[in-house]
Write a protein that binds this ligand. Structure first.
Ligand code: NAD
Ligand code: GLY
Length: 349
């Protein structure tokens, strides 16, 4: 016997990303703003001068990637239950990628899913984490291993928040901007080469172009079955670097910057990119004080660590390699000899 459930779905999850000073918004429902202590001290008053709701609560979490865990997600959920949130209630993620990912995840599981809005406050979260609906948290087995695809209803990017961002955090965001330009948009890369992102007007334009690039990728491949994997350029190497250094020495964007230089070295070996193009990417990263060097002490151990990455399988490693500037290939067919040759090169600095 067989019972068939016809469940073909037509879902419209489209949303707008507004890049501008926040305008006044009223929500005719119960809302909780989820933030952390740092952002709350700096920007909560500003936010509350812009948004209001039928009933508004603020949930303030601890600051740090180490708090991107079940306990923090439970704090969000508990607060919603205590305030009798229902399926029409809403969450607002007000912070960097850590807050955005956890808030989105809590929204995805509260009473099987409610709406949420992203108001990202770091450059990295404005150009990358707030867009595209990847939500989640870490657990003892690794980073972002528990989560859901749950698109926000809207994203409001107000560059005003960046005025208080520490310069290392700013540069970490620039790394993700460079990532999108190298893999998808040559004109954008050339714009970045000639631009000064410290200039607010130019920065706003760069945010717009990065967000457009990401939005275009997500629209083609929401669940990362294909082209979305290209957004992991630099990450395959970067994750191993973060892991080897205990997530303490480098910010994520810094590890990605080194990872992009390593991926470029591989692309160079495979004649996908010229020496001149690889130098241009390195120069652009260095212009924003991003690290581009890393000493690999044990190439074999570094190689083995690739297999802990979500994107790898038991027998193959997925690399995102630039094809010149403005294009890329996603491949799991790089032979071990080539990989080891690249890793050994970074062992001899
Ligand atoms: P973060 O959220 O930890 O923020 C970095 C630091 O800056 C924190 O200490 C934060 O309190 C502080 N901060 C935030 N806004 C500030 C402001 N305006 N002024 C001063 N300080 C401010 O880190 P992040 O780099 O924003 O995000 C990293 C996280 O994002 C990681 O957990 C990563 O996994 C996730 N991420 C998710 C996606 C996605 O698609 N969902 C993409 C990239 C990264
Ligand atoms: N940061 C990678 C992605 O959103 O797919």
């Amino acid at each position: 016997m067989q019972v068939h459930i016809p469940l073909k779905k037509v879902v419209d999850d489209s949303y707008d990303i507004t890049i501008d000073e926040l305008s006044k918004i009223y929500f005719d429902t119960k809302v909780a703003v989820v933030t952390n202590k740092t952002i709350s001290a700096l920007h909560l008053d500003y936010l509350l001068s812009k948004i209001s709701a039928k009933e508004l609560h603020v949930i303030t979490l601890q600051d740090g990637e180490e708090y991107k865990n079940q306990q923090s997600v439970d704090t969000i959920l508990d607060s919603m239950f205590e305030h009798r949130f229902n399926r029409k209630s809403m969450l607002i993620a007000f912070g960097g990628g850590v807050i955005g990912d956890m808030t989105g995840f809590a929204a995805s599981i509260y009473q099987r899913g409610i709406d949420f809005i992203q108001i990202p406050t770091t450059l990295l979260s404005q150009v990358d984490a707030s867009v595209g609906g990847k939500t989640g948290m870490n657990n003892k087995y690794g980073k972002n291993l528990v989560g859901a695809f749950h698109q926000p209803r809207a994203v409001y990017i107000d560059p005003h928040f960046l005025t208080t961002l520490p310069s290392r955090e700013f540069s970490a965001g620039v790394a993700e901007i460079v990532k999108m330009a190298v893999t998808f948009n040559k004109d954008f890369f050339e714009f970045l080469e000639n631009a000064d992102l410290k200039n607010p007007k130019i920065l706003q334009e760069a945010i717009k172009q990065a967000v457009e690039t990401k939005a275009n990728v997500v629209a083609q491949d929401e669940k990362e079955q294909g082209v979305r994997a290209a957004l992991n350029y630099g990450h395959t190497f970067g994750h191993v670097i973060e892991n080897e250094t205990g997530y303490k020495k480098f910010l994520h964007g810094e590890a990605v910057a080194i990872g992009m230089v390593m991926a470029n070295e591989m692309a160079l070996k495979m004649n996908l990119m010229s020496e001149k193009e690889a130098q241009r990417v390195k120069r652009l990263l260095e212009k924003y004080d991003l690290p581009t060097a890393y000493l690999i002490k044990d190439a074999k151990a570094f190689y083995e660590a690739f297999f802990l990455d979500k994107k790898s399988s038991d027998s193959s490693i997925t690399f995102i390699l630039p094809l010149g500037i403005g294009n890329m290939v996603i491949t799991d067919k790089v032979d071990v000899g080539t990989v080891m040759c690249v890793l050994n090169k970074f062992g001899k600095q």
